[in-house]
Design a protein around this ligand. Structure first.
Ligand SMILES: [Zn+2]
Length: 384
């Protein structure tokens, strides 16, 4: 083997040769090429090349380690954003108080075993950490099938605005109305309507009322038009103007599946309005698929799917420290390396002072939506 390592073309060649040699060596249990390093001491140049490879590999591992922190940084940002308004929901002492308080401990402990991490999540709609996860879960489940629908249409069905008191019953009536209409059309025409339905609700501060509506992605223009026509028959107070039908653009399904609750308008959080909306949709499915092969229960996300690879550190327990906006292990290791930007800091501060400002009588027209997420992100980024 003395001549085997002369004049390596480059470091990769050298590594390959070492690997081959290690495999060829009969009876050797050591297949790691680096175990050969000691034998190469007498070949100075060669050793330098090998150590270069090793250095590069270590560097690569370091870069990957830094990359593996990225989803945790997103999680840290979502958590900080949620914390900015969470206390305003808790202060309402609403019937949903226990749900709001459960978010205080959402994902605060991250357990790491090897490269896998686990956390307990609150799974609440007002939690931005969980909303992000639900979006990923829905896109993974429905995204492909929806994007493969033929001639898919983006349909919006609405009713006139209602008061907060009537919001829940209005949404219940809308849900029932849609089920009836869909069944009627399917029976009459012997077809199966395919698509997905999502509930959204906007709030008008100026008028102090709510505007519940459905968004759909429906296969086939004719089917979507039939749904709209029947909707107007069953909901005579609804105007044609309020309804909308258009060809679904590319990526519309991803847009629709975004679960993120845009609860903050500008930098104002309308706690009472959001609480009213959350109470109105409590126990209701925000998403409902029909005619698709998959059915996902967005309320019941498996904890297993919530694991996230985090490289570099093994077997550790990280605890969220609100002041640092990050998770720190007992040994002082930082999980996300998250630093709030000045912009983000200002934004969160203003959001956290919304109640105070609203008490001063600020009136604005606002839209509060489910499913408004600023940008489409790759699916892999959404699983965290
Ligand atoms: Zn949560």
């Amino acid at each position: 083997m003395e001549n085997r390592y002369t004049e390596p073309k480059n470091s990769i060649d050298a590594l390959k040769r070492l690997k081959n040699d290690a495999h060829k060596k009969r009876g050797s249990k050591k297949s790691n090429p680096f175990n050969k390093l000691a034998q190469l001491d007498h070949r100075k140049d060669e050793a330098l090349v090998i150590s270069g490879v090793k250095h590069q590999l270590n560097l690569g591992k370091r870069i990957n380690f830094e990359r593996s922190k990225a989803p945790f940084r997103k999680r840290a940002r979502s958590k900080a954003r949620t914390d900015a308004y969470l206390n305003q929901l808790i202060d309402l002492n609403s019937p949903l108080l226990y749900r709001y308080t459960s978010t205080l401990t959402c994902g605060i402990v991250v357990y790491q075993r090897g490269e896998e991490t686990r956390s307990e999540y609150c799974k609440q709609r007002h939690c931005q950490v969980c909303s992000r996860h639900m979006t990923g879960h829905l896109i993974n489940g429905y995204g492909e099938e929806l994007s493969n629908l033929k001639d898919s249409q983006f349909l919006t069905l609405t009713i006139p605005n209602v008061s907060g008191k009537r919001l829940r019953s209005s949404i219940e009536n809308m849900l029932l109305s849609f089920i009836k209409i869909k069944r009627r059309i399917e029976r009459r025409h012997g077809i199966k309507i395919k698509g997905i339905r999502k509930i959204e609700c906007t709030f008008s501060e100026k008028r102090s009322d709510y505007h519940p509506h459905f968004h759909f992605i429906i296969e086939g223009k004719y089917n979507a038009e039939m749904l709209l026509k029947e909707w107007l028959i069953d909901n005579p107070t609804a105007s044609r103007k309020g309804q909308d039908i258009r060809k679904a653009s590319i990526g519309a399904e991803k847009e629709l599946l975004k679960y993120f609750a845009k609860m903050v308008n500008g930098t104002t959080f309308y706690a009472k309005a959001m609480d009213t909306i959350f109470q109105a949709v409590k126990g209701k499915r925000v998403f409902q698929a029909f005619g698709l092969t998959k059915h996902i229960d967005e309320e019941n996300i498996e904890l297993k799917a919530q694991g996230q690879t985090h490289l570099g550190i093994k077997d550790d327990k990280f605890t969220y420290i609100a002041d640092y906006k990050d998770w720190i292990s007992e040994s002082g290791e930082v999980l996300a390396d998250y630093t709030e930007t000045e912009k983000e800091k200002r934004y969160n501060k203003e959001v956290s002072e919304s109640s105070k400002r609203l008490n001063l009588g600020i009136k604005e027209r606002v839209r509060l939506n489910w499913g408004q997420y600023p940008t489409i992100e790759p699916i892999s980024n959404l699983i965290f």
